[in-house]
Ligand binder design. Sequence first.
Ligand code: COI
Length: 377
Amino acid sequence: MYIALQYHSITNFFIMRNTLNIKIQKNLSSKLHEFNLDTAEFGKTPTDHMFVAEYHQKNWSNFRVEPFQPLQISPFNLSLHYGQTVFEGMKAYRMQDGNISVFRVKKHWERFNKSLKRMAMAEIPFEVFQEGLHTYLMIDEAWVPSAEDSSLYLRPFMIAYEDRVRVKVAEHFLFMIVGSPAKQYYSKPLNLYVETHYSRAASGGTGTAKCGGNYGGAFYPTALAIQNGFDQVLWTDASTHQFVEESGTMNVMFVIDGKLVTPALTDSILDGVTRDSIITLAKDMGITIEERKISVEELEKFFQENKVQEAFGAGTAAIVAPIGSITIHDRKYQLPPYSENALMFLIKEQLNNIRTGKSEDKYGWNDVIQIGNRVNP
Ligand code: COI
């Protein structure tokens, strides 16, 4: 069903699908004119609106786009005490024809639901995820930047929304989508410290879920690494600390002897959407891919033989983040300076061209929102 959605202010109309009967309340004091992308810090400025849905009695309902505002939460809220929180990180891009593309919505939605299942939370139907996202984006479309390397970072998330201090699995949940315009996440090559004492995730745990606790648990070891002059840690597996897993907020990839080498996915590594996209593009370029266990010892040997040509992090926020050095057992291995023809940059450019409509989207990754459907009377 397609209908004209009308804002409360009666100034704007959108022609869009609204099968969920999403209620819209317009923010009458937009902050867009105060926003400066050049000076903005990542994730600090919200757009004017947010999408909200509630889960009660095994049903999703009360769909709405409303002004961005603080939530009212009881101090008894379960998520505050027991950590039932799951999120996704996605991006919307301004295409060269002015429309908006959201990158790999279905894959993000699938991962979101896997994380929710692992955290015993209500899964979200694709229609709610996608239509909520589209409606929010149509309304805040002016916040999607067009500058090079910029995008609107999207943060769908869910929390337990039930007030009980007793330990129990929540039955009520709140799903929201918020966004913030973003440029590059990291501005310089990263110095990593290979962590062989603390662990990010153990087998059988929640490492592959995008739940808040995984990030909170990583803060202390990361803060120690930062105190010691590093930017991030390179995590190793929790049981032996012999195998490289991921880095900070990203999957990790190496170019070794011309091959793209990355740790194979396990239940303690996040199944990165950017990781998957990079592997797909590299395969298409004829690059040999090795998804396998990489031991710290082996990595050290490759460094000593000067075979590590590139190392980089891959993630939605970071896209590709060059790694400048890796410190293994107090020995710092410096990566060579990267030219603009480094594989990571060539792949990043291809990704960017697909997202902005400069190259054909042959994998069907873009979920395109036609801004031409918007009518401003
Ligand atoms: C992302 O890359 O989208 C992430 O979620 C990582 C981080 C910003 C938390």
